[in-house]
Design a protein around this ligand. Structure first.
Ligand code: FA5
Length: 346
């Protein structure tokens, strides 16, 4: 058996010296170290040998195996170096070529603006909170002073969820604004409250240059003792100054929302026409970016806040409209048409 191992060793080393390519080396490995090789057969047969012989043959067989494996590793290195040298000689391999660039993704322009707006409010002491996109009628409408069958519901074109409760009502919808989070937050906390809520909302309406069916809003809510309309105006003017710069004109005027009293609307002068009137601003010179107002006393009472002690302001802004103003984009539909030529500009 020991003689057989010596023969295997010398034959293998002899053949190895004549090998000059990787393929032949792999064949050699299979022949001398593979599962069906003579060496493996010897190792497998060890248990059948008498103890004394088993020790001697076992030691020699393992030594042969180690030696052949070392010779294989060395030959493999040599061949790789030779192949590289040959490739360089042929000029087929240029190791000085720069690597292939790995394309990097980036944040969507709406996400960028959303984060920037949240950062501005965070620096003014507002916490950032998120809430559900599928909402109950109660939070989206009723708790916000918009009871069932009230005409104010017509202000919101709604996607109802096809789910009926035991009374035959459909109480679930895709939220039409981020305002339901005002109620959810006030239900869970006591004043002082100061939060902004970014998130997606859904409206069942025809799309055009300034209207989408899915959009982002950021809700703001501050409730404490002695909060006045001056705090609301001061906060929103400071926000507009930081986001758009001091030179942009801001319009703040009365508007109606059932859950605030008084209610207001904030608009920025149109970046296309500079205020003279064009298609984008429907010839008004202004682009509306948010609704706002002082939290209605009825809403405060509904969440067990005493309106004689606490007052607050709230606002809800459209993030796409703000991104349009910021980047000079004249059609909201560009944000969600997945055109990389558009998206790569940001
Ligand atoms: C509201 O959604 C109120 N919840 C805002 C509010 C909050 C008022 C708190 C008072 C207190 P409105 O429907 O006006 O209001 O929408 C607010 C903003 O969202 C608009 O100013 C506009 O910037 C944006 N917006 C609304 N509908 C669309 C739409 N279909 N496409 C693009 N932006 C929209």
């Amino acid at each position: 058996m020991l003689k057989k191992l010596d023969e295997i060793k010398s034959k293998a080393i002899d053949e190895l010296s004549g090998i000059s390519d990787i393929k032949a080396l792999e064949d050699w490995r299979v022949r001398y170290l593979g599962k069906k090789s003579a060496l493996t057969q010897v190792l497998r047969g060890l248990s059948a040998l008498p103890v004394g012989e088993r020790k001697r043959v076992g030691a020699s067989a393992n030594e042969t195996k180690d030696m052949l494996e070392a010779a294989l590793a060395q030959k493999s290195e040599e061949l790789k170096e030779t192949e590289l040298a040959l490739a360089l000689e042929r000029g087929g391999l240029d190791v000085t070529l720069p690597g292939r660039p790995i394309p990097l993704g980036r944040l969507h322009p709406v996400t960028q603006i959303l984060q920037e707006i949240c950062d501005i409010f965070a620096s003014m002491g507002f916490q950032v909170v998120e809430g559900p996109e599928v909402e109950w009628d109660y939070y989206n409408f009723e708790a916000l002073n918009i009871p069932r069958d009230h005409p104010a519901r017509d202000m919101f074109s709604t996607f109802w969820i096809d789910f009926e409760n035991e009374r035959g009502e459909r109480p679930m919808l895709l939220r039409t604004h981020t305002s339901p989070m005002q109620i959810r937050i006030m239900e869970k906390t006591r004043p002082p409250v100061r939060v902004v809520v970014p998130g997606k909302i859904y409206r069942y309406e025809a799309t055009d240059a300034t209207h989408e069916t899915m959009l982002y809003q950021i809700e703001g809510l501050a409730v404490d003792e002695n909060i006045t309309l001056a705090d609301l105006k001061g906060t929103l003017y400071e926000f507009a100054r930081r986001l758009f710069g001091a030179e942009r004109r801001v319009r703040f005027r009365c508007d109606y929302f059932p859950f605030v009293e008084p209610g207001a609307e904030m608009a920025i002068d149109c970046f296309i026409c500079g205020g003279s009137g064009c298609r984008l601003c429907s010839n008004t010179g202004w682009i509306e970016i948010m609704g706002a107002g002082m939290v209605h006393p009825g809403v405060l009472r509904g969440v067990d806040y005493d309106p004689d002690t606490y007052t607050g302001f709230a606002f809800g802004m459209g993030v796409e409209r703000i991104a349009m103003l910021r980047y000079g984009i004249d059609d909201i539909r560009l944000f969600y048409s997945n055109d990389l030529r558009f998206l790569r500009q940001f």
